[in-house]
Design a protein around this ligand. Structure first.
Ligand code: PEP
Length: 250
């Protein structure tokens, strides 16, 4: 049985003080849980958050990284740097990075390899645009993105990759995929992994859904056969909302 993994993506929100207040609040309101909780926070919040989650079950991740470990890449942050301050997770290939910063499948693949080189667990995002869904190409797009992202990884690395299926038309729009559609897409991603790496590996991979997940739809999404949790944007900014998603069973 795969565990549920619920990750927050704060995007470019929260100064260190707000981040620390959020953690203090989340710790007091989340009861005992078997859900794995990850907060993916802006770079400047990372170290404060790592210090503030000590002794809790919350893990901290970054939202991006460069694929080289060091070098002349002004303004960039490497996997080696993230590892050195105790970061454990990193989001790779979020649609906003693909869309606004030109990240291609090849760059995403290089970043995944760099994440593993630096003992970081990647949360790699795949997802189709609205026109791709409407023209019946969604499954082709997301399985191709998955295959290209994972290219050249070992089975063990694939098993340690978290995939976030995030239909772009559902991100930050309030529109959620139906639980049936989201589950079908997640199943197709798992089937592609099974085809390349074997069913044993595919059954171990955590595949999240992301796209306007909120307290009111979390339970239904997480009750499906293949969705193993969520990557949450907007609804992760308030500790109260985020805690309700973590406590979706209640
Ligand atoms: C995201 O940015 O990964 C996301 C899923 O955002 P939202 O929950 O706001 O749709």
């Amino acid at each position: 049985m795969r565990r549920k993994v619920i990750a927050a993506n704060w995007k470019m929100n929260k100064l260190p003080n707000d981040a620390m207040k959020f953690i203090a609040e989340l710790v007091t309101i989340v009861k005992e849980t078997d859900v794995e909780i990850i907060l993916c926070v802006p770079y400047i919040d990372l170290f404060y958050c790592i210090l503030n989650v000590q002794g809790t079950n919350i893990k901290i991740g970054a939202q991006n990284m460069h694929f080289e470990d060091s070098g002349a890449y002004t303004g960039e942050i490497s996997g080696e740097m993230l590892k050195c301050i105790g970061v454990k997770y990193v989001i790779i290939g979020h649609s906003e990075r693909r869309q606004y910063f030109g990240e291609t499948d090849e760059i995403v693949n290089k970043k995944l390899k760099s994440a593993f080189r630096n003992d970081l667990k990647p949360i790699v995002c795949v997802g189709e645009k609205l026109e791709e869904r409407e023209s019946g190409k969604a499954i082709e797009v997301i399985t191709s993105q998955t295959q290209k992202a994972l290219d050249g990884l070992t089975k063990e690395q694939v098993e340690n990759t978290i995939i976030a299926y995030e239909p772009i038309w559902a991100i930050g729009t309030g529109k959620t995929a139906t639980s049936e559609d989201a589950n079908e897409s997640v199943k197709a991603i798992r089937a592609k992994i099974a085809e390349i790496y074997g069913d044993d590996t595919a059954q171990k991979v955590i595949i999240q859904y992301g796209g306007s997940v909120k307290p009111s739809n979390a339970k239904e999404l997480f009750s499906t056969s293949d969705i193993d949790g969520a990557l949450v944007g907007g609804a992760s900014l308030k500790a109260e909302d985020f805690s309700k998603i973590i406590e979706y069973k209640d």
